[in-house]
Write a protein that binds this ligand. Structure first.
Ligand SMILES: [Zn+2]
Length: 255
């Protein structure tokens, strides 16, 4: 699996952090070399939304869901996912992947959290509004061994992870610490945090505090026993944030 040291600075030099068309081109190259099918599954204004999936995963391959770019002012996740995949496309052939590289291209282009209609997409994954029915169609009846959603946070003081159902966030944060240390706060977004990990052991739809479901929460309820949301601190160096996300991906997906 590609590691953080494999991520070059090309994306910085080209100033591509908010260019969804460049991102799509980058993924087309990865898809060719990694044997992934890539296609548009929905559109959002003038942008297309892309999905990538493994064409012929080996029998017993880990079933992996990856996504980034849900919030447009959080570019490190979308960059990291693409750069991590581009660093070693051959390694992706061993996984059964479903990847949504950027679910809010308008937001990424305009550097805003919300989409063109002013919606926070990460509070509506249960929604009947576009693009969510199309997104759920892409999932079909699939289940996943692990789901990872990449995000960023302006208030963060280090990397932190919301972990649902699993017990691996500490190991992932250790891997990311080569670039950025874990967020030391004891309370993050009204939740108790320990060493950068926010873990809710018991959670069901009835007691879930938000009115609309974030991506990882929907996946945890419906499709996946282990769902992670990784957050890097927006005010830190973009290079370090990209490498922190990439390190988490490498650690989570190489076993
Ligand atoms: Zn976010």
């Amino acid at each position: 699996m590609p590691g953080p040291r494999d991520i070059g600075r090309e994306f910085l030099v080209g100033h591509r952090a908010h260019d969804p068309r460049w991102l799509a081109r980058r993924w087309r190259g990865v898809a060719r070399r990694a044997g992934l099918e890539m296609r548009a599954f929905a559109s959002a204004g003038e942008h297309e939304l892309f999905v990538l999936r493994s064409r012929r995963p080996p029998a017993g391959a880990r079933r992996v869901y990856l996504s980034a770019g849900v919030h447009g002012d959080e570019p490190a996740g979308a960059l990291a996912l693409a750069e991590w995949a581009a660093a070693d496309p051959a390694a992706l052939r061993g996984l059964d992947l479903l990847i949504f590289p950027c679910l809010n291209p308008w937001g990424l282009e305009n550097n805003v959290r919300l989409d063109a209609r002013g919606r926070d997409l990460n509070r509506m994954f249960q929604s009947r509004a576009a693009p969510f029915p199309a997104w759920r169609r892409e999932l079909g009846r699939r289940r996943f061994d692990i789901a990872i959603s990449l995000h960023e946070d302006y208030d963060a003081r280090g990397v932190y992870i919301y972990e649902l159902g699993g017990n691996g966030a500490e190991r992932l944060l250790e891997a990311a610490a080569g670039s950025i240390a874990p967020d030391p706060r004891r309370k993050i977004d009204d939740s108790v945090a320990r060493g950068g990990v926010i873990r809710r052991r018991v959670m069901d739809r009835e007691t879930f505090p938000l009115s609309g479901l974030p991506e990882s929460v929907w996946l945890y309820f419906e499709r996946c026993g282990w769902a992670l949301t990784v957050e890097t601190p927006s005010e830190f160096s973009l290079f370090d944030r990209v490498n922190a996300h990439a390190a988490v991906l490498s650690e989570a997906l190489c076993e």
